[in-house]
Each structure stands twice: as structure tokens, then as C-alpha cells.
Design a protein around this ligand. Structure first.
Ligand code: ADP
Ligand code: MG
Length: 316
């Protein structure tokens, strides 16, 4: 495989960026962390036909690979700065790689993230991205920091990506866009760093991801099903509320943030997220008794269908 040719092609497209002392081309990149900041690091692998459909446009695959990694930084309240890209490809397909870089570097540029290194090998199609960023020493939106009595919030709308996956070719433009090109809530995460207690990004579905926060924080929660934010497109595609809830709770790939904050911060949270153009919806509150209780608008509780859980909640 013309490995060095491909690396040269990647390198040509990476402009020098802030805090990068040495980028692609040596054995290591050299990066300089601003004073008073701690490093935040996250890594995600995307395997063809497990995490993405290899038939999708290469640019969409690249965009999503960047998005899911930036989403992890967002969930800690970190400011993204650098990434690496480890690529395994069955053949040296320059056109495919060029398309991949179009999408990948588009989102990186939007967040001023520099691609500073990686690896290029022959093998089954797979991308492994490491995203790095920083946040002030001693600060972070950790999963174990939620407190009993906190409000429970989510950004944006839920269930769109899952609906797009279920509808396949029948999904409209908006829903499809939410699946193929999710928006990492980087600005929202940073704005929440001084307001929220705990946060997590929704990659596997609210039901499961929220469970991680509750267990780590030794708390439980009451979630108001009637408050779950749904897009107009989701409501039109799934007019029946229980079908919608299954997508919103058990469907993955939303990459919205779920977070908790003290009730005294309600106005501040709304204003901070409004300032970065992100919808914030209060969907419940934390209690001492463990577990997640899904509350019906008319009273009483509800559980997702076991089938829906299996189908939508499958670990990826
Ligand atoms: P080494 O064998 O020392 O690891 P490589 O030949 O794998 O070096 O890589 C040469 C340089 O190109 C390194 O700086 C590496 O980080 C970079 N690089 C390799 N593949 C990629 C890639 N897919 N994306 C970005 N940088 C890459
Ligand atoms: Mg190498």
C-alpha cells in the first residue's frame, strides 16, 4: 500500500494550528497545554458495518468520526484542541480518503481542532480517532458528580437518529442528517462547565447513558416522559407516543448532552444555552432511591417495550 503517499496527502491538508509545536511527520506530535489547564483525552473506534455503513458517502463517515469524538470532549465541558486519526483500509483508495478528509476536517476546522498524527495501515475498513482538549485544573462535568435534588436536563431533541435508522430510505432529509452528521454540543458543554454538576453525551440512548450517571453518582431519577424533546420530523414520522418514546429513550446516536444542575441554576442554564443557540429542556429530577422511573403525563410509570430495548439498545 502506498502508505507514505496517503500520509503526505493527509499532511498537505493539515494547516498548522494553535498550541501545536510539531504536527504530522515525526515520531510524535509535540503539543503545548496552556498554563492552568488539564488534558482531556478520549478515543473512539468506528468499524465498517458495525458503527457505520461503508456504502455511505466517505465525507459523512469522516464527519461522524470527528463528531462522536468531539461529543465526548463536550460531555466533560472541555475545549477541543487536537486529534489523531488511525486508519485501516483494505486498499490505498485516494478518492475515498479524500472524501473522508473533507468531512473529518470540515468539522475539525469548525472547532479549531488540529489533526496532529495518526497511523495508516492495510486491513478491514476502520477509523480510530483520539480527541484531545483541555479544561481548567480540577474542573470537569463528571458522571459521578450528580446530586440528589438536581434537575435533569437534555440538549436538543432526542430520537431523531434512531428514527432515521429505523426508517432507512424512507427517512426525510432532517432525520437522515441527524444520523449521518450529528452536532457535537461543544459550546453547550463549555457553557455548562460552571453551571452543571454532571454530564454525559448520548451515544447509546438516554435510558442507558443516564443509568451510567445515576450509578456513578449513587442516585436515582424521575423522568417525565411528556417533557422529552421531540423534533417536528420525529412527531410526524412516529405520531404514536410510545413508539416515539422508544426511539427517544433507547435509540443511540443522538450525541445530545444529558446533564444535571441545581434547581437554583434554572434561569442561568436556559440563558447560557440560549446564548450558544442550543435548546435546553428540563426532563426530570434526581432522587435518593436508585433507578430510573419513567413517569407518564397522566400519572403512573412506564417501561420501554422489551423488544424495542433489545433492538434500539444493542451495545455498539
Ligand atoms: P511511525 O512508523 O514512526 O509511527 P508513520 O509512518 O506511521 O510513522 O507515520 C508518519 C507520520 O505520519 C507520523 O507523524 C504519524 O503521526 C502521521 N500519520 C500517519 N498516518 C496518519 C493519519 N492517518 N492521519 C494523520 N497522521 C498520520
Ligand atoms: Mg505509525
Amino acid at each position: 500500500m502506498a502508505e507514505f503517499e496517503l500520509i503526505a496527502m493527509i499532511r498537505e491538508r493539515c494547516a498548522a494550528q494553535r498550541e501545536v509545536l510539531l504536527g504530522i511527520g515525526d515520531d510524535c506530535a509535540l503539543l503545548s497545554l496552556p498554563p492552568g489547564q488539564q488534558l482531556a483525552v478520549s478515543c473512539d473506534t468506528l468499524n465498517a458495518d458495525v458503527h457505520f455503513d461503508a456504502a455511505h458517502a466517505a465525507a459523512d463517515i469522516g464527519y461522524k468520526a470527528a463528531a462522536v469524538n468531539l461529543s465526548d470532549l463536550a460531555a466533560m465541558g472541555a475545549e477541543p484542541a487536537w486529534c489523531t486519526l488511525s486508519l485501516s483500509m483494505p486498499s490505498a483508495d485516494r478518492a475515498w480518503l479524500s472524501g473522508l478528509l473533507d468531512g473529518f476536517l470540515e468539522l475539525c476546522a469548525a472547532h479549531r481542532v488540529a489533526l496532529v498524527g495518526g497511523d495508516t495501515t492495510r486491513g478491514p475498513l476502520s477509523l480510530c480517532v483520539t480527541a484531545m482538549g483541555w479544561l481548567p485544573h480540577g474542573r470537569a462535568l463528571r458522571r459521578d458528580a450528580a446530586r440528589v435534588g438536581d434537575d435533569l436536563w437534555v440538549t436538543g431533541s432526542l430520537g431523531d437518529a434512531s428514527a432515521a435508522l429505523a426508517l432507512g430510505e424512507a427517512a426525510g432529509r432532517y432525520l437522515r442528517g441527524r444520523l449521518l452528521r450529528p452536532t457535537p454540543r461543544v459550546d453547550a458543554g463549555r457553557a455548562l462547565l460552571r453551571l452543571a454538576h454532571a454530564a454525559i453525551d448520548l451515544s447509546d440512548g438516554l435510558h442507558g447513558d443516564l443509568g451510567h450517571v445515576l450509578r456513578a453518582s449513587s442516585a436515582g431519577a424521575d423522568l417525565q416522559l411528556g417533557a422529552l424533546p421531540a423534533s417536528q420530523a420525529l412527531i410526524e414520522a412516529f405520531p404514536e407516543r410510545e413508539a416515539r418514546w422508544n426511539h427517544q429513550l433507547c435509540g443511540g446516536d443522538d450525541y445530545e448532552l444529558a446533564f444535571t444542575a441545581d434547581p437554583s441554576q434554572r434561569r442561568a442554564v436556559e440563558e447560557a444555552l440560549q446564548a450558544v443557540g442550543v435548546l435546553a429542556t428540563r426532563i426530570g429530577s434526581l432522587r435518593a432511591e436508585p433507578g430510573l422511573r419513567l413517569m407518564l403525563p397522566e400519572g403512573g410509570s412506564w417501561e420501554p417495550a422489551a423488544g424495542a430495548w433489545q433492538h434500539f439498545g444493542e451495545a455498539t
